[in-house]
Every structure is written in C-alpha cells, then in structure tokens.
Design a protein around this ligand. Structure first.
Ligand SMILES: NC(=O)c1ccc[n+]([C@@H]2O[C@H](COP(=O)([O-])OP(=O)(O)OC[C@H]3O[C@@H](n4cnc5c(N)ncnc54)[C@H](OP(=O)(O)O)[C@@H]3O)[C@@H](O)[C@H]2O)c1
Length: 324
C-alpha cells in the first residue's frame, strides 16, 4: 500500500510517500481500504513535535524520541471493509465505515488500515459523503466533550467560542447553538460571515473587537486569550482546549475558582458512546463537519503546512486513489 510516512519530527517536507507492506487484520480486527482521511491539527502537532509549553517531552515519550515509532500518522478515516480478522461478525467486506484509529497506533494516512471491529468504528450513514465522514470526529468529539460534558452547557447560556471557524470551533458553534445557547464567536476578519453561517449570533474579529462578556461558557480553541477567565460570569466555565502544561495541571488540580467559576481541561473521551452521541447530534441537525481543503495523498505535505498555520478553515481531508 501507499502511505504518508513520518520518520523524523520536522516540517511538512519530512513527510514522504512510501510503499509499505499491506497490514493484515488480527483477531477481532477489520482491514479497511481508506477512501479519505482527516488531517488534523493533532496530526500536525505530532509530525512537528509541536506542543504547548511543557508538553514537548510528553509527546516524545509517548510517540518516540526523534520520530514517531509508528511512522504513519492520521486517525480519522472513511472507507470500506476489505477483509475480516478471526472472530469478526459485526462487519462484512464492502461495508462503508468511518471512525478513528487508536491514539497511539494512528495509521490512517495510508491506503489500508486495520482497526478493532468493536472499537471506534461505525457504519457510515448516507447523510455523510466520504470526505465529510473522514472529517467528522476530531473537531466534533472535542467540541461535544468540552461543551456538553466538561462545561455542562445549559440552554439559554451565553457561550464564547474563541477560534470559531477551525475544526473544533466550527463544531462548537453548531453544537452550542443547537443546545439553545447564545453564541458569540471570535474569528479572523475573513471568517466572520462563515461564523454566522455556522450559527453564531455575534461574530467578532479577534484582532480588533474585544468580546466583553460576561459569558457562562468560554471555549478557547488556540489558547490565545490569557484573560478569558476574567470574562466568565459567576458560575461560568472555561474550557481550555489548548493549554500549556502548567495551566492544564492547575486546572486539573484546582478546577474551582472564585465565584463558582470552573476551569475545564480534561482529556476528551474517545468511546463508542461518544462517537454514537456525535452521530445522533448530526442526525438531529446539530452538527455537520465544516469542510476545508482536500488534497490527494501525494500532496499531503501541503495539507500539513495548512494545518501548521493555525488558521485553517474547518477540516482538511486527504483523498486516496480509488481501490475498489
Ligand atoms: N484538548 C484536546 O483534546 C484537543 C482536541 C483537538 C484540538 N485541540 C487543540 O485545539 C486547537 C484548535 O484545533 P483546531 O483543529 O480547531 O485548529 P484549527 O482548525 O487550526 O483552528 C484554529 C482556530 O484558531 C483561530 N485563531 C488563530 N489565532 C487566533 C487568535 N489569536 N485569537 C483567536 N482565535 C485565533 C483561527 O481563526 P482564523 O483562522 O479566523 O484566524 C481558527 O479558527 C489546536 O491547538 C489543537 O491542538 C485540543
């Protein structure tokens, strides 16, 4: 199979396309012919070993010291089942599926990937085309976890989404709006109309227009609003989607602050239930992934460069050559 391979951490050009031996499905696994895969800010962080302050050593310990031990990155995919490992009865060859691979195994930026049949995989609904399915989970799971679980958003609350048109922010605007919140989004000047189309009641340019608040819930996507906690109403919750190690530890060890305010920085739950809830939100009209640029596998380095920018629109998708 062809795969995008990252042998050493570095800039986008360190990714090369190689021919690797085809993976075989182990017991309880299905082999999937990947039709499209998401390329996320998380993939770009691993490739570049870029992490918020204090987290770099953790990336290297977890993924490999000078380069990823598992050199094929990528987690979210859409494709078709092509072979079954021993004991799999849940899927059949030809089934259209989508999901996310195990966080440490990755491997979705390839023509074939083997995943556990009882893991983070679902049949692809007709309401999502292949690129949308490949872009479905990363931003949506993060936004739903922070808004609904960690920040316990209630209908009628005032929400501020900082970075409203990237992968996570575009999902957060939609889900918060569907949940009956009044949504203010901060975005770059060229993305204000898009933020309103996604459902923001108010869209402001983060370079020129401060969002005064107070807000009941703030989700800070890029972690670039140091005074966010000061804009919380009493009882408000700040979701720290990106935080340096010290801030994250502080939030975990002492989440409760003055006035009943709370900092939320827990790890996003990746469970079959969380995936199913996101699909249910989609089917209720609450969420559809915002589609950004699409690239053939051969141009994956360009996609990494866009993801590195910190200003991409929605979700980037890598399209594989048709194999079936
Ligand atoms: N905690 C977790 O489990 C978790 C999960 C997923 C992602 N993340 C992190 O969350 C962050 C966002 O991920 P993503 O995939 O949504 O990234 P993305 O698609 O690159 O979007 C980044 C967003 O940040 C906005 N932005 C850039 N500079 C800004 C500033 N100075 N003030 C306000 N907004 C600004 C951009 O707006 P414009 O384009 O309009 O400039 C864009 O909307 C990344 O750092 C990622 O690593 C964490």
């Amino acid at each position: 199979m062809k795969a995008a391979v990252c042998r050493r951490y570095g800039p986008p050009a360190t990714i090369t396309i190689e021919t690797l031996s085809d993976p075989q499905p182990g017991a309880g696994e299905v082999l999937i012919a990947v039709q499209a895969a998401g390329l996320t800010s998380g993939d770009a962080r691993i490739r570049g070993a870029h992490a918020p302050a204090g987290m770099g050593p953790m990336i290297r310990l977890a993924f490999g010291l000078s380069g990823p031990r598992r050199p094929v990155l990528g987690r979210e995919y859409a494709g078709r089942v092509v072979a079954l490992g021993a004991g799999v009865t849940r899927y059949s060859p030809g089934d259209a599926v989508f999901g996310i691979t195990d966080g440490m195994r990755m491997g979705a930026h390839a023509e074939l990937v083997a995943v556990r049949a009882d893991g983070l995989i679902l049949p692809r609904p007709d309401s999502l085309n292949v690129p949308e399915a490949a872009a479905f989970f990363f931003g949506g799971l993060t936004a739903a976890d922070f808004l609904l679980d960690q920040c316990a958003l209630q209908p009628g609350e005032r929400v501020l989404v900082v970075g409203g048109t990237g992968a996570v922010g575009s999902a957060a605007i939609q889900i918060a709006r569907h949940h009956g919140a009044h949504v203010t989004a901060l975005a770059g000047a060229g993305n204000l109309d898009l933020a309103r189309e996604l459902g923001a009641d108010v869209a402001l340019d983060y370079r020129t227009a401060p969002a005064k608040g107070p807000f009941d819930v703030i989700l800070d996507m890029p972690g670039l609003m140091p005074d966010a906690a000061a804009r919380l109403a009493p009882g408000g919750r700040l979701g720290l989607i990106t935080a340096d190690l010290a801030t994250m530890l502080g939030a975990m060890l002492r989440p409760r602050r003055a006035g009943g305010r709370r900092l939320c920085a827990n790890v996003v739950k990746e469970t079959p239930q969380a995936l199913a809830r996101l699909v249910a939100l989609h089917q209720a009209g609450a969420y559809r992934p915002l589609m950004g640029a699409q690239f053939p596998l051969a141009d994956i380095a360009q996609a990494h460069a866009q993801a590195d920018s910190g200003h991409k629109r929605g979700n980037l998708v890598i399209e594989m050559e048709p194999q079936l």
